[in-house]
Design a protein around this ligand. Sequence first.
Ligand code: 48F
Length: 256
Amino acid sequence: METIVSRGIVASYHKKLMENLSVDVAIVGGGPSGLVAAATLAKAGKKVALFERKLAPGGGMWGGAMMFNQIVVQQDAVEILDEYGITREPFEAGYWLCDSVEATAALIFAAKKAGATIFNCYSVEDVVFQNSAVTGVVVNWTPVQSAGMHVDPLVIMAKSVLDSTGHPCEVSRLLASKNDVTLNTPTGGVVGERSLSIEEGERTTVENTKEIFPGLFVSGMAANGVCGSFRMGPIFGGMLNSGKKVTRLIIEKLDA
Ligand code: 48F
C-alpha cells in the first residue's frame, strides 16, 4: 500500500507537469483576478496553468479587511458572484457583502473545475524573453527561493503570460529590471501604486488591465501598480471585472 500511494502521486503529478510545459496562458498569482481569468480562459477552451507562490491560492481575498473575513462587492460585479455561486447579502444600495472564505474557495474551485491546472508552492522567478516578447515563465519551488538555495529553475512556455501578482506586480518588475524594454504604461516602466482611493482604484484597475508588453498582460492590483494608480482595500468588484477583461484581451490575441 505504501508504494501504491507514492506511485500514484508521483506518476500523476509527473503527468500534470509534463502536460503543462507548454500552455496557452501562464497565470502568475492566484488572487481573485488571476483565478477569475483562469476559470474564464479554461472555460473558453484555452490551456491554462496558474502558478501560486503560497500553499493556498486566493491571495488577499481570504482575509477580508484586517482579518474580518467579509468582503464588499459592488453592483457591477454581481453577475460574476452569481456565476460562481457565491452567496451575497445586500448592504447599502449597490453594495453586497460576501463571506471572504466562501468567495475565495468558490473561485479556486471554479478555476480548477473549468480545466485550469493550479500549481501551488511555485514561485515565478523570471520570464522567458525571446524576439522582444515574453514567451514563458521561469519557475522554482517557493521553499527553494525562501531558503536561498542555488537550484536552477524549470521553464514553462506560454503564448501569453498574465501578471496577477497583486501589489508587488512582480513579473512586470522582473521584466523591466532585467531587460531594456518600454512598457505600455505612463512612464514606460513600472510606475508603482499610489495610496488608497477606493472609487478611482476600482475604476482604474479595470482600465489598466491590458497587455503591457508583447506577451505580458496585467490584471488586478498589478495593473494599478504597473500603471501608477490607487489601491482600494477590501472591495473586490474591480478584481473580478479585471479577471474578465483580461480574459477577453488574451482570447482576442490568441485567436487573432
Ligand atoms: O494580491 P492578490 O490577491 O491579487 P489580485 O488579484 O487581488 C488583489 C486583492 O487581493 C487585494 C486588493 C483588493 O481590493 O487590493 O489586495 O490583484 O494575489 C496575488 C497572488 O500572487 C501570488 C501571491 O502569493 C498572491 O497569492 N504571487 C505573487 N508573486 C508571485 C506569486 C510569484 N512571483 N510567483 C507566484 N505567485
